[in-house]
Design a protein. Sequence first.
Length: 344
Amino acid sequence: MISATLTTKKINSKTISWLKQKNIDIPVGAKSFEYIVSPKLKDYTELITFKNKNLRLKQYKTTTNRNTQQKTVQIREYDCLQNGKATEINQTNITPDGKETKENWRFYYSKDKSNVRFSRKNKNGETNNYLHSEGVFVDNEGLRIRPISTAEYCDKRKDINNTHFVDCPWTLQQSITTKDVCATDSIQECTVVGIYGKNGLSLNHLNPNNPKNKNFDTIETTLLEQLEQQGKNAKAFVIGACEDDINSNNQFNSIIDLLTTRKIPHSRFKTGDKVLYSDSFSLNKYLFKKTNTTASPMEWQSGHHIIYNNGELLIANPIIDNELKKGNTNSEDLIQKSFSYIRK
């Protein structure tokens, strides 16, 4: 089957047998594979790429020394968008003596087709080309807030276990308390409450229009329990909500009233109508004009996306993305533009 030109082979009994002789595993979902040999004077390289239609699944690259017959192997496993662009590549390099090293590539594609953003992680650490803000915004309660791009958020989110992520349907049932890094995203009409103290962070993401969140007495009881758990020096931050949605506004104000009455130091960031329904924050105008096969999925989700890690709050949203692309890297200005009201 050795060929100097690229050939495409279907997965069948004959090719399965040939692949087994080479000790190559067929990935789940593979329908075919591409095969090519690149001959050189001292060695030759065989490249086998498994696909499901236009989506790459796995690739084996074997370079064989002609004199010693020693082999160097590179194995790549792919995650791809529907258009075939790779979003993640997990690479394993195997030396002739069997030593393995790992490498991970992640790619992020913007809806405006600007530069592809990526990160690369290996034994030497991490490099990336994400757009970064300068410094950290610190509010009057001492909360450190760092604006980051959606691309960087997506990258960091992938490294967070789902047990440390507050996901939909955004009720008290999904709330978590952890001393480790945690996150939640798509904060729009919802209100996020973080209570931090001696036991890390208690993180709540509350949808004002979910029937399970209608009874504020239940929310109050849970928040008071979290405050007790976090100790007498506990603080809180409250993010999200708008005025146009009456349930959203009432829920946000009720939480603020509770913290104020209990004299809990807290940071307050209200998105508000002015920001939430602005063209620069909402992505609705794009949804009917383009498909999500060319951009990374999170690029099509408006709202604030946050990660809390060791007393620092990382926040991404469409406004920060747009401002970073314009060259605005001032952390305080990026946060100010992201909310209609910030408690000073």
